[in-house]
Design a protein around this ligand. Structure first.
Ligand code: SF4
Length: 359
């Protein structure tokens, strides 16, 4: 691409971005901490699904020190609904690191910022370019799609070598004077126009797009088939006593390693050992678990398609055993103490008439 064309595309992207970008609360700020939080939330969650959680999180933890001075349990509770709780744990560790080692300031330096726990290349680039307008190119899924089409890159974008190639391309294509807006323009174009089924007629840079010129925009980017879905059954255990329900914390189980959850076991075909691991609590049950509810819709966690059942059992003696990493909580607080969207679904299902026949 000639330098002249590159400059024209840069300008077209900036003009388009200025007129068309969504007024998202986390895009209206240059606060590096707020950008950090939003980028971490966006890593595995769609914009619409994270907005409410983002606002609540920032209200509770408006700056790095408030996050660092909190405790992990509260931080995880405010991550409710977003899933992938290791992101929240890393964010918390990162905030503590910044307070303890960097005097509470996020550095304006790529090498230093990458030393903060939980901040990888993508998040670092987003913070440095958007907050400080430093010339660092971001490369997320949307940017990869736009660049692959614009430059007709025909490698498999899932490969590590392609990642490297596209990162170099993004670096070369960067608009160094307006790095923050340039990066955001590419991300926004990929989110609104250059979507999987692209809307090329509305694209500000279609005249320069190599994929579009060869009518290959629907074939690019090339990506090998996603990992196959694994069907499993997640059986939760509902143990209620005196209006309270039992939660456990166990970092050896397959899901919810970081948060308190209803105890569960997993069933399915050809599962590896880590799926079949059973929590200690199961060996203590006073009566065999009996099914009381089944969730009407399948649930999804990464590449798992999950059927969810709820069983009940009894474990009153646990009050006297005082096992570590267990707690009784009022049923009304389940959604807060077990911060997963499943908690709400389970409560709804337990209250619905369709499950009464199990009782
Ligand atoms: S012309 Fe189409 S394929 Fe090319 S960048 Fe624009 S939206 Fe994407």
């Amino acid at each position: 691409m000639s330098i002249q064309n590159k400059l024209i595309i840069h300008q077209k992207l900036l003009d388009w971005f200025k007129r068309n970008h969504r007024k998202l609360i986390f895009r209206e700020t240059k606060n590096p901490y707020h950008i950090w939080v939003s980028e971490v939330m966006l890593q595995q969650t769609r914009v619409n699904a994270m907005l409410v959680s983002y606002e609540k999180f920032i209200k509770k933890f408006p700056d790095i020190s408030s996050l660092a001075n909190s405790n992990l349990e509260t931080v995880l509770a405010y991550w409710k609904g977003l899933g992938y709780y290791s992101r929240a744990e890393n964010l918390y560790k990162g905030a503590r690191y910044v307070m303890e080692n960097l005097e509470g300031e996020i550095p304006k330096d790529l090498e230093k910022i990458l030393q903060i726990p939980g901040i990888g290349k993508y998040t670092a680039s987003a913070i440095l370019s958007i907050s400080y307008n430093l010339p660092v190119a971001v490369l997320d899924g949307n940017v990869k799609r736009v660049l692959s089409r614009l430059f007709l890159f025909q490698g498999d974008i899932k490969k590590a070598s392609s990642e490297k190639y596209l990162q170099n391309l993004a670096n070369e294509f960067l608009n160094p004077e307006n790095a923050g807006d340039h990066n955001q323009a590419l991300m926004e174009l990929g989110a609104l126009i250059c979507i999987p089924k692209p809307n090329c007629v509305s694209c500000p840079i279609s005249a320069f797009c190599l994929a579009c010129s060869q009518d290959l925009q629907n074939q690019i980017p090339i990506s090998k088939k996603e990992k196959e879905k694994l069907f499993i059954r997640l059986n939760f255990l509902w143990i209620e006593w005196n209006g309270e329900v039992l939660l456990t914390l166990d970092n050896e189980r397959r899901f919810f390693k970081k948060i308190y959850a209803l105890p569960f076991w997993i069933e399915g075909k050809n599962l590896s050992k880590d799926y079949l691991y059973k929590e200690k609590i199961f060996s203590l049950l006073e009566v065999p678990p009996k099914p009381i509810a089944v969730l009407p819709n399948k649930h999804s966690i990464t590449h798992h398609d999950i059927e969810v059942l709820v069983y009940k059992s009894r474990l009153e003696k646990l009050n006297f055993l005082k096992l570590e990493n267990t707690k009784w909580i009022p049923v009304s607080e389940l959604e807060f103490e077990f911060p997963s969207s499943l908690a709400k679904k389970i409560l709804k299902s337990l209250n619905s008439s369709q499950n009464l026949f199990f009782q």
